[in-house]
Design a protein around this ligand. Structure first.
Ligand code: FPP
Length: 242
């Protein structure tokens, strides 16, 4: 097997969809679904710690989510703050390094300050990279990287996949091997567009608050059976396996 193709994901990205429908099915308001979704986040983190996954990236709030009803946005911001207040120290104790990706200036100062605090508290941790995408969009990420690269590029030849890639979010971590999306929709929704060029996608109709470690294990089992070719032929991949 090609030694650079992991059979086990080093990095899992998750689109945690279905909170709203989960609540509606129970006759509750959407915010209740987000609270249940926050509990399911614990299951995903626990699972990645157990399975020794290197990085977990969660799509918590997209650039477009600001356009949701004010009450829902406000619940999500409160959940963010609560997570920062109540979970970070325990995650730190367990060796988790926390990072936030996205347009930080969109968040209230109180949240921004706590993001900085959480990142600096956990900066030396190595058990799991927990990346939380907030006010994040894949297109925003690409534009942001272009702007940053333009400050150092002197001519068009300086702009390469490698140089631009160094300015993308999560550039110090391997690209996601596996994307899990709950909630039944089969789309990427402006998540890590650049980083997911060769990511394997796994979709489930399960609503995010109902996710279990058994289902996450199923996603891993399915992933390990896939042949990742990265643009090569099957023969090339198998040839290197011999
Ligand atoms: C999508 O479900 C989910 C979100 C927009 C928010 C995700 C947030 C959480 C899981 C809780 C907080 C997480 C952290 C990391 C602090 P949806 O509302 O679009 O559901 P629907 O498709 O059923 O309407």
């Amino acid at each position: 097997m090609r030694s650079d193709i992991p059979r086990y994901p080093q990095h899992i990205a998750v689109i945690m969809d279905g909170n709203g429908r989960w609540a509606e099915q129970r006759g509750s308001i959407r915010s209740i679904g987000h609270r249940a979704g926050a509990k399911a986040v614990q299951i995903a983190i626990e699972f990645c710690l157990e399975q020794r996954i290197g990085s977990l990236t969660l799509f918590a709030f997209s650039s477009e989510n600001w356009n949701r009803p004010q009450e829902e946005v406000s619940t999500l911001m409160k959940l963010f703050l609560r997570m920062l207040d109540t979970e970070i120290e325990e995650l730190h104790r367990r060796g988790v390094r926390i990072r936030f990706i996205g347009q930080r200036s969109d968040f209230a100062a109180e949240i921004r300050e706590k993001m900085i605090w959480a990142e600096s508290l956990t900066v030396a941790n190595t058990t799991l990279n927990l990346n939380i995408a907030g006010s994040y969009g894949g297109r925003w990420d690409i534009v942001n990287a272009c702007r940053a690269l333009l400050l150092s590029a002197r001519n068009p030849e300086d702009i390469t996949e490698e140089s631009l890639g160094r300015h993308m979010a999560l550039a110090d971590q391997p690209d996601p091997d596996l994307l899990i999306r709950t909630g039944g929709d089969c789309r990427i929704s402006n998540f890590l567009l650049w980083q997911m060029a060769y990511t394997e996608f796994w979709f489930t109709p399960t609503l995010w608050p109902d996710i279990t470690r058994q289902e996450l294990s199923q996603a891993l089992a399915d992933f390990s059976g896939r042949e990742r070719r990265f643009g090569l032929t099957s023969e090339q991949i198998l040839g290197e396996q011999a």
